[in-house]
Design a protein. Structure first.
Length: 239
């Protein structure tokens, strides 16, 4: 699989009933680029990612990847177009083994040498998932479950990984491990779209960020600029 091509999101809107959660937001993620979406609780970050993935209905908007129109692609088919998704709250199958969870991530592909190689890569990235392969996912710690959720998304061989608050509920040390993994994926050329409230993770891994407020883009900038902006630090990241 080559580079992902640029993801473009244009005029994306989400309404729940009559209430607007996201209004006409747009951004791009270039191949190998890592973009963050930050904003206060309820700003519309999760809704933006879900609408991108087709997991909530969009009331408007256009999505393309490498020039290909994905606007009408169903959620379960997004993965075949190279977009992997790590949902907020992990959603691992707690009764199934770690290995079964990983294999489910590759469901859109036949189980073959490619998938086996990918499993080896995931084990190399997260050794604990190899050590605990036969344990039920529910027996893993929160941090390990987050690693499993990322590993599961990688099993489909995405070129763009969309992550919703991977640091949620994790200790600073584990946030550091997630940061290391995302940096490694970036080095390998993976494009990343990251919703995060943790400043260290956001600014450590992204090159630019979109700041959302009330469902709209309030600001965009390089992560270096935004990390120095006192208003961003105070209002959006609670520093
Ligand atoms: P958080 O960090 O708390 O997840 P967020 O920035 O991701 O916040 P969203 O979860 O996208 O924000 O929510 C945006 C707005 O839409 C909020 O006002 C929220 O209450 C509302 N909302 C989210 N999901 C639904 C839903 N399923 N039904 C109705 N309203 C919703």
């Amino acid at each position: 699989t080559g580079p992902a091509g640029t993801l473009t999101v244009e005029d994306l809107s989400v309404h729940y009933g009559g209430v607007r959660a996201v209004g006409s937001i747009g951004f791009t993620v270039a191949p190998g680029e890592s973009v963050g979406i930050i904003g206060a609780n309820g700003a519309g970050k999760t809704s933006t990612l879900k609408a991108l993935m087709g997991l909530v209905p969009r009331s408007g908007g256009r999505i393309t990847l490498g020039g290909r129109d994905l606007t009408r692609v169903r959620a379960r088919d997004m993965v075949r177009h190279g977009i992997g998704y790590v949902p907020e709250g992990r959603h691992v199958f707690s009764g199934l083994s770690v290995e079964k969870n990983l294999m489910l991530g590759a469901y859109s592909r036949p189980w073959n040498d490619g998938t086996r190689r990918r499993l080896d890569e995931v084990h190399a990235l997260f050794p604990v998932l190899g050590e605990m392969r036969d344990r039920p996912a529910g027996a893993l710690s929160g941090g390990q479950q987050q690693m499993l959720a990322i590993g599961r998304a990688l099993m489909a061989g995405p070129r763009l990984l969309v992550l919703d608050e991977p640091s949620m509920g994790l200790s600073p040390k584990l946030v550091g491990s997630i940061l290391d993994v995302l940096l490694k994926l970036r080095e390998e050329g993976m494009s990343l779209l990251l919703v995060e409230q943790n400043a260290k993770l956001t600014f450590g891994v992204t090159s630019s960020c979109v700041v959302m407020e009330n469902g709209e883009v309030a600001m965009t900038g390089t992560s270096a600029e935004l990390s120095r902006d006192p208003r961003v630090r105070e209002v959006y990241l609670g520093l």
